[in-house]
Design a binder for this molecule. Sequence first.
Ligand code: FES
Ligand SMILES: [Fe+2]
Length: 380
Amino acid sequence: MFTNVWYVAERSASLSAEPIKVRMLGCDFVLFRDKTGKAACLSNVCPHRGANLAGGKCRDDGSVACPYHGWRFNRDGQCVRIPSQTQPDKIELPQAKVDAYPVIEKNGLIWVFLGDEPEQAAPPFDIPEVGDSKYRQIDVNEVWNCSYERAVEIDLDYVHSHFVHGAFGEEHRARPPDHVVEDFSEHGFATHLIAKSQPNRGLWRLLRKEGKGVPSYLKFKLPGFCRRVQVFIGGEGSKMHFAFYHFATPIDDEHVQNRLLFFRAFMTHPFFDKTNIKRNEQAIREDRKICEEIYPKSPTVARDWEVQTEHDHLVGAFHRILRGMREKGWQIDAKARREMAADNKPLLIPSPARRKTPAGWAFPAVPRIAAKAVRAQAAE
Ligand code: FES
Ligand SMILES: [Fe+2]
């Protein structure tokens, strides 16, 4: 898993006046709203005696109060009140602070930057379909019992659509139409292709022209580990199109929180939701079964043992982006983390404040694989 990425931590609608606990990258965080209603994210471990901050309360001064002895922490992670002191507002303990993470809330999602180098990362992007009356939006949230990497890969894989979802008819049609990796950068890439449409049956007769081909556009965006897919079932530029966004937030090495946003520009009346949800849920179930049974369960440090075919180039591009982050020293060292965890001391995701002030924190940061070690390994 990687630090220095913007992740989708929660949907806006799920965060109201009470703090909530969210687990990401194998650590717990507290999300809350300050007095202006702005979302904030802190490490969930109270530096006093380790209590669960999310079990506390939001206070009028915009802080979150620990449920154990009432210490209050503001959105910057500073302790602003220790009620049991003679002078509760005079805080002189240097370690009375928690990691605070940058937060951006937009389009109904709460994004949190988990790392210490925000200036290096691609920021959260806009989702123009949200609130656009041309579209009907449906949301799905699901935890899968697998690494987030597996959840990303399956959306980048054209061939699985035939074998997992029974798409495209005969087996020879599982071979993808030509498509290449476009606009590759350390923050994502794109591709587009024109699938041969299947013979129209039932309702599809109304929706698409026979034999026209179905253009689809896919983007992988590193923020949120997001795949955006847009499919013009009625032909290029047609009103008959849908788009979906699939965000994958790593809960830990073996669990991923999937958040999907489906937008359809046709049959937008809520009456059609049921059929739409049923169809999407079936596809999600089929993907999930495959992903939860892939070996090994946890991501390998460098997934360099797979047999790649010419049609695995999108998955290969995704792995290249992961390699790039590994070379920057952003990958959490799972082995060292397990060893350190034997001491039972909480290990936290380092926040930007740790880079400015490395000392004076109650709990250590998770170990990461140093960029140097990665380069030495690559040179071997
Ligand atoms: S454990 Fe949080 S205030 Fe004591
Ligand atoms: Fe799928």
